[in-house]
Every structure is written in C-alpha cells, then in structure tokens.
Ligand binder design. Sequence first.
Ligand code: SPD
Length: 288
Amino acid sequence: MNNSLEENLRWIDEHHNGTRYGLEGKVLIDERSSYQRITIIESSRYGKGLLLDGCWMTTERQEKSYHECLVQPALCSADSIKKILIIGGGDGGTARECLRHQEVESLDMVEIDGRVIELSQRYLPTIGKEAWKDDRLRIKIEDGIKWVENSQNNIYDVVIVDGSDPLGPAKGLFNSSFLKNCKRILKPKGIFATQSESPESFTKVHIDMIKTIRKVFEFADPLYGWVPIYPSGWWSWTFASTGKAYYLNPLPKRAVKIEKDCKIWNTRWHKGGFQTMPNFIEELLKNE
Ligand code: SPD
C-alpha cells in the first residue's frame, strides 16, 4: 500500500439485507449527479473502484470477472457482430471487451449519466482502456429505455445491458416492454445479454428476470460466475435469442482469438457456466 493510501483508510461497504460487502480504502470522490450518488474509492486489495448509490459497480482488479462474462459469451457466439448496442456500461469495461473483436464495425453505448463516464475516464482508465479512443465507439448520453423505443427494427447484432441494480435509474431495464424493444431491434439471429443479479442475494429479481426474458425471447439461459465484491459474490448473466439458443456455443474461429487474453472466459468455462444451475433455481424457475 502506498503512503498516501495508508492515511484516511476506512471501510467502504455496500449494505444489503443485513449483510455488508466492503473494502478497506480511501474515498476519492463522493458526489451526487442528476441521477445518483457516485463514489470513487481506492483500495489496496482491488485498486480503484466505483459505487453507484452505495452499491459496488466495479473495481480495477476484479472487473474482468464481470465484463468478460457479460460480453464474450454473446460476442463469441453470435452469427454476426458488426453492430453492437450497449445500454449503460459507463465505466467502459463492456465497450473494451466488445472492441477486442475486429469484426465489430460500430458500437453504440447509451449511458444515461454522463458524469459516470467522465469520472471513469479520469479515475478508472485501466477499465475502459483504449476503447475510449476507438473510432467505432459512439457514446450517447441518453436514456437507454428511450433509445430502444426509438430504434428501428432489426438493426443490431448484439444488445448488451450493463445496468446497475433494479433501483434508481436502472429500474426500467428489468421490465418486459424494454425487453420487447430489445428483441425488436435485434436482427433475427441476434443475441441479447444482460447482467441478471445474484441468485443468492437477489433470488426473486433473478428468477423474475429469467422468466420475463423467457416470455419475450424463445430461448434464454443464465450463466453463473463470481464477482467477489458484489452481494454474495455469486453472480449471473442471462443470454437470449430467437429461433435457437445461439449463445450456447462459441464459434471456434472467434473464441481462439479472444480467450488467450481473457482472465476468466474461455470456451470450456462458457459451456460449464451454463451447466451450473443449482437445484433450487431450477425449481423456482418451474413455478409460475
Ligand atoms: N450489484 C451490481 C450490479 C452491477 C452491474 N453493472 C456493473 C457495471 C460494470 N460495468
């Protein structure tokens, strides 16, 4: 730990239903934007990190367990990946993972809170990295819900939702009218991907999300992994498509280029992650 970090150390915790998930560190920025409270911290264990409304979003040395798992299952499996949409993703990690693919021609990133982008570019540059300077990235500071409402049919190959928890500005990213628009703007063989909360800490939200996504798309399945700083540490991402579950099988020609530089994702992990649904989730998904 460097000397300046040793001063003013404190516990920075996300409180969740009688539990707390924290890091020892220092608060660098704590402010309120038009949408939410934004906190940037520096910790010895995981480097700098971002919280929105007191909930962990990302940290420099843990972000790959989230961003690779949200992006690569979709981008390595989709029929085409020329035109991608990200809703949210203001820290830049999701864009960075998408832009590792040279086949991506354009990436629209629609983030409601421009201040999250400004602070991430300044304090967390190791997360967005070169994505911020990539000509293929088109940043729109707009409401993602309105963006999908106003987009034309069948224009995106992949739609990725990288929002926060279903409170505050991200609430509308969990409902069926938003999902129907995501399906409408996807090409016929397109893939939809979203973070889908913790099966342990947010069981009801997780189950309701999968059920709702399954009602809108013909196929939808959760993939399980871990993000140690999030509530329970156990996390999920859900993928959906129509006609066939395109997201289950990475295309070898694409996977081989990407997996060697991943920390978590590879074809074996991908296939295994879709197989790790525990009994209690399987049971809850059967109930109407
Ligand atoms: N409870 C945390 C949910 C966070 C989902 N989004 C994280 C943003 C990282 N790009």
